[in-house]
Ligand binder design. Structure first.
Ligand code: SDX
Length: 385
């Protein structure tokens, strides 16, 4: 029997053309393009096109995609009824998972797993996720949903649907970059969950529902909200060192995080600074300066120093994508309850790109386990047990 690879660490189960990661040096490519180049020069819509179709759109192709997103942005009125019926304490990620699952019954191409139909479903799901999220959030506060505008980017419309006001252009542009940075990341847990699901030939909605469920966890996409809780508890850069040392020693556990884990640090693949965290660090600095409140990025940087001083870097533990997204989103005015949903909105493109790839050359995904239980037991009648 082969040795057990805990958490499937290091296991290669397929080939992919979507994303390349070299964790030893912190190198990330989307379809061959370096993440720094992508973040600096591509809009989220261009990244969606690149991930789905494997090439950059020309101006006409991009205009067409913008039109497809605009046409698919709203959700059927019955979906708003489902949102109204959600139990009051439903957290946004569960609201997204519920409504995505519900929408499967409204998609005429649900069971068509062809590349063309899967592309159209990817556009629908990506266009609708922000609308669902904004409506779930507003309903929680007793507010009516804001109908999306036919113009504007996905980031712009998300902010508009959240507040009902025209968003600040700089914040909308910054959110667009953040979505780009969160769009895709190879065989992470939620993407793998989606691929396992559709490898049975279940539909894209089923795969995305599995992926949303997996992303919610604090070891994965749920970490960014826990990072904010940590920053708020630290409260001042001068308190970071003691706080971090108490977490690492196990004397204190950050609410919502596993013991001895600093949220937003460490990664199964990266043993260097996550290249996305480098971009988000700069973004958080700029946002803080512009808002006249650099407190959260200052505390974040103090945590980075404290972790380095505690020797985490020597163990290959550095900030990951969730670490600086917390101070960035907070300073943008995005509510903490929507931090992970924003991650899901972005990753909808990566999930659907991998689902398209999986179903274009599919084989059922079914690993094995090494049985360590007893054997040869005999059943005895219940009155003798
Ligand atoms: C994302 O996979 C992806 O690509 C995910 C993602 C994406 O874009 O999809 O990049 C997004 O999910 C980023 C990760 C967000 N999660 C967190 O920030 C939660 C905190 N991080 C850890 O729980 C942990 O680093 C994981 C879950 C991310 C990775 O865990 P592994 O690979 O299973 O590593 P491990 O838990 O076995 O730890 C290995 C060692 C241990 O030391 P020893 O006990 O063996 O001495 O590293 C230490 C751990 O103690 N360690 C940490 C740490 N993470 C690992 N120590 C302190 N703080 C941490 N955060």
């Amino acid at each position: 029997m082969p040795t057990v690879a805990g958490g499937l660490e290091g296991v290669v189960f397929t080939e992919t053309g979507v994303c390349f990661i070299d964790g030893t040096v912190g190198h990330l490519l989307y379809r061959g393009y370096d993440i720094q180049d992508v973040a600096e020069h591509l809009s989220f819509e261009e990244v969606a096109y690149l991930l789905w179709l494997g090439k950059l759109p020309n101006r006409q192709e991009l205009e067409t995609l913008h039109g497809q997103f605009a046409a698919e942005r709203d959700i059927p009125s019955i979906a708003y009824d489902v949102i109204d019926a959600l139990p009051p304490n439903t957290v946004p990620m569960d609201g997204l998972r519920t409504v995505v699952s519900f929408l499967s019954g409204t998609d005429p191409e649900l069971d068509d797993n062809s590349a063309d139909a899967n592309y159209r479903k990817a556009v629908r799901l990506t266009a609708k996720a922000p609308t669902i999220m904004a409506a779930v959030h507003r309903r929680h506060f007793g507010l009516d949903p804001v109908i999306p505008q036919p113009t504007g980017s996905l980031a712009y419309n998300f902010l508009y649907m959240l507040s009902g006001q025209e968003p600040d252009e700089f914040v909308a542009q910054t959110l667009d970059v953040a979505l780009t940075l969160h769009a895709e990341h190879g065989m992470n847990a939620s993407t793998f969950a989606g691929r396992v699901t559709v490898a049975t030939l279940a539909d894209m909605y089923a795969g995305v529902t599995s992926a949303i469920g997996a992303l919610k966890g604090p070891l994965h996409g749920g970490a960014n909200a826990v990072v904010l809780k940590m920053l708020q508890e630290i409260g001042d850069p001068d308190h970071a060192r003691d706080y971090v040392n108490n977490v690492i020693s196990g004397d204190y556990v950050v609410p919502g995080m596993a013991p001895r884990r600093v949220p937003g640090f460490g990664h199964r693949v990266y043993k260097a600074f996550d290249p996305r965290a480098i971009v988000l660090r700069g973004m958080s600095k700029k946002l803080g300066e512009r808002a006249g409140d650099s407190r959260w990025v200052d505390i974040s940087n103090a945590v980075v120093e404290a972790c380095a001083a505690a020797g985490l870097n020597e163990k290959g533990i550095y900030p990951n994508v969730d670490f600086f997204s917390a101070s960035s989103y907070y300073t943008m005015g995005i509510p903490e309850s929507l931090f992970t949903p924003v991650f899901a909105i972005a990753r909808m493109t990566g999930w659907t790109a991998h689902i398209i790839e999986q179903q274009s050359d599919n084989r059922l995904i079914r690993p094995r386990a090494d049985y360590i239980g007893e054997k040869g037991l005999k059943v005895v009648p219940i009155d003798q047990r």
